[in-house]
Design a binder for this molecule. Structure first.
Ligand SMILES: [Mg+2]
Length: 305
């Protein structure tokens, strides 16, 4: 059941709105903007009904707060206005409200508008979801990686957690394509992605196709040594798929990986470490491929064999 948040300083009004909608939706009511803001950040609401005129922080200020935060900006907001404040409607819509309902309430109209906007919200979320997924492999795409990796990075800084970034790619992939053709190459990319993604199942893991036969993984909370060991298991799992390569190149399809684990500080730049991971990947290629090369905070390098 979709959840709706009602924010209205009048208990009578919010009670009435809840009674209109409670058969179809799970309703939560808050009576101050501050309370409403906290509830909106905590809960996963599909819609917010927001009273414009409230003491303290009013509906407009709250609307701005909601629209400026990633966590709440996609949740549709319907403004509640009285006939006397029609002049506010334009301002509300400009601030990002999707619609408004006018007091006194018509239950039929409220239900209809709420249903419509919740449906649109679901379409939008579905669309957003699809836009973030790589079509061939079903894992996160570059766009999602760009958006989320920075959020993970900031989280690691804030909570002083070890942060790992790893780049890896399929060895001698161009030669595989030359030998077996692009459709077979695509299948290999999808197979490697599927195998690797099974390893990145924690809610804080981010695993994405970076482009072509390149992948990137970001994970928070593992120290350098376990992160390195973890990526070795991923590399081994790909080798164990036993996908035949061009025999003049190697027996099986394999990957090379380069990564780094650090506990980032506020003054650190994510890009520095992404480049370092890329340099580790370059070393893995240089040292013979089918290999993980890892760096820790002190730029000590570990590699297989
Ligand atoms: Mg009011």
């Amino acid at each position: 059941m979709d959840k709706i948040l009602v924010i209205d300083d009048s208990p009578v009004q919010s009670e009435f709105l809840c009674s209109i909608l409670k058969d179809d939706y799970e309703m939560t009511a808050c009576h101050t903007a501050q309370e409403g803001l906290e509830a909106a950040r905590r809960g996963s609401f599909s819609l917010i009904l927001l009273d414009v005129v409230m003491p303290g922080m009013d509906g407009f200020m709250l609307l701005q707060e909601l629209k400026s935060a990633d966590l709440t900006k996609y949740v549709p907001v319907i403004l509640i206005t009285s006939l006397a404040d029609v002049q506010y409607e334009e301002r509300g819509l400009l601030l990002g409200a999707v619609d408004y309902v006018t007091k006194p309430f018509s239950p039929v109209i409220i239900k209809a508008r709420v249903n419509t906007h919740i449906q649109l919200y679901h379409y939008q979320m579905q669309f957003k979801e699809q836009a973030m997924v790589d079509e061939l492999t079903g894992v996160a795409n570059r766009r999602r990686y760009e958006g989320e990796s920075m959020a993970r990075w900031r989280e690691a800084i804030r909570f002083e957690l070890p942060f790992s970034v790893c780049m890896f790619d399929i060895d001698k992939f161009k030669m595989y394509n030359d030998m077996f053709g692009h459709p077979a190459g695509d299948q290999v990319i999808a197979g490697v992605a599927k195998t690797a993604s099974a390893f990145f199942q924690r809610s804080t893991d981010l695993f994405a196709r970076y482009g072509g036969e390149e992948f990137v993984a970001v994970f928070v909370g593992s120290d350098a040594q376990p992160a390195y060991e973890f990526m070795k298991s991923v590399r081994q799992a790909v080798e164990d798929l036993h996908i035949p390569h061009d025999p003049s190149v190697s027996q099986w399809v394999t990957i090379s990986a380069g990564g780094v684990t650090i506990v980032p500080k506020a003054e650190d730049k994510f890009d520095t470490y992404l480049k370092l991971a890329d340099a580790m990947l370059y070393d893995a290629k240089r040292f013979g491929r089918n290999m993980v090369v890892w760096s820790n905070q002190n730029r000590e390098q570990w590699r297989e064999r």
